[in-house]
Design a protein around this ligand. Structure first.
Ligand SMILES: C[S@@+](CC[C@H](N)C(=O)[O-])C[C@H]1O[C@@H](n2cnc3c(N)ncnc32)[C@H](O)[C@@H]1O
Length: 288
């Protein structure tokens, strides 16, 4: 990536957002303690625990707190290499799109990058965290971006929204529910999960996946593309996730590969990066 000109653009963009790249836990946590007070760090930990085990109210409260201008550069510097990995992969597929939706855009760190890189495209970012959207709108203004709009909306609670996009992007926002066990295999010999449609339906509903995915499919134009990356490294989550995508007529445009990056010193293997279409001629095989 060192020689990739897009990599250079991406790093400049992350620096503009105040994010720093750390490869040592010791240095990162030293910096973290210099930037945030003990009380701020305690609040973050409390809200992060509630987000993991709680409901959508707890999740929204966490992202609202995380959007505080003192907090987000520190918190999201941990995701520096995540932004690099996803940003580069996504930009490779946005070139031809005219109308781009980034669902669950958060602060818009990557959304603003896409709008900068593709000035002829109209980009819309949606998120239910009001504090995140307020920051996103301010940053888009600071960057002078006229092709980017942010909307505060909860796709589940507020229902569908009007719009039509030839590219829908969603990363780490479709299948949050990190504690959800997915659909465990029925046999340790074959790893088979059976094909019980009611089990699949229950999984999609309890994680909120059904509602989010249905709404996004509604605003995707025929022959449109969807770019998706979720925490679905474990087969118990990946199998029903892929069934949910395929069940809505989405087909793989290219083989889906796992994403690798480091969260400071921790090596992370993330769910596959899917490039999908609702009407393509050239399809790749689903694999697990
Ligand atoms: C882990 S963050 C991911 C942010 C960004 N996509 C990224 O990859 O860095 C998940 C975001 O999805 C948003 N989100 C989750 N469910 C949502 C819903 N039903 N409607 C709107 N936003 C939602 C959250 O508020 C949060 O900002």
């Amino acid at each position: 990536m060192t020689n990739n000109p897009l990599g250079h653009l991406l790093r400049e963009h992350l620096a503009w957002w105040g994010l720093r790249h750390f490869t040592s836990d010791r240095e990162y946590f030293l910096w973290q303690r210099q930037q945030l007070s003990v009380e701020e760090l305690n609040q973050l930990n409390i809200h992060a625990d509630r987000k993991r085990t709680g409901d959508s109210v707890d999740e929204r409260a966490f992202y609202d707190l995380a959007a505080h201008p003192r907090v987000f550069p520190v918190l999201y510097s941990q995701r520096y290499e995540y932004y690099e990995a996803i940003g580069l992969q996504a930009m490779a597929h946005l070139g031809k799109a005219q109308d781009i939706l980034d669902f669950g855009c958060g602060l818009g760190i990557l959304t603003t990058l896409y709008a900068l890189r593709f000035p002829d495209a109209n980009v819309v970012g949606i998120d239910r965290s009001a504090a995140s959207i307020a920051i996103a709108q301010q940053k888009a203004k600071d960057l002078g971006l006229r092709n980017l709009r942010f909307i505060c909306l909860d796709l589940q609670a507020d229902g569908p929204f009007s719009g039509s996009f030839d590219l829908v992007l969603t990363t780490h926002a479709l299948l949050q529910a990190e504690q959800d066990p997915g659909i465990p295999s029925e046999s340790w010999r074959t790893f088979d999960r059976g094909h019980d449609p009611s089990q699949q339906m229950v999984f999609e509903q309890r994680t909120g996946l059904a509602c989010r995915l249905d709404h996004l499919c509604q605003v995707l134009r025929p022959y449109g593309r969807m770019i998706v990356c979720e925490k679905t490294r474990q087969l118990a989550r990946r199998v029903p996730f892929q069934r949910a995508l395929a069940g809505r007529g989405l087909q793989l445009v290219q083989p889906a590969d796992l994403i690798h990056y480091r969260s400071i010193e921790e090596v992370v293997e993330d769910g596959p990066f899917y490039v999908l279409s609702n009407g393509t001629q050239t399809t790749a095989a689903w694999s697990i």
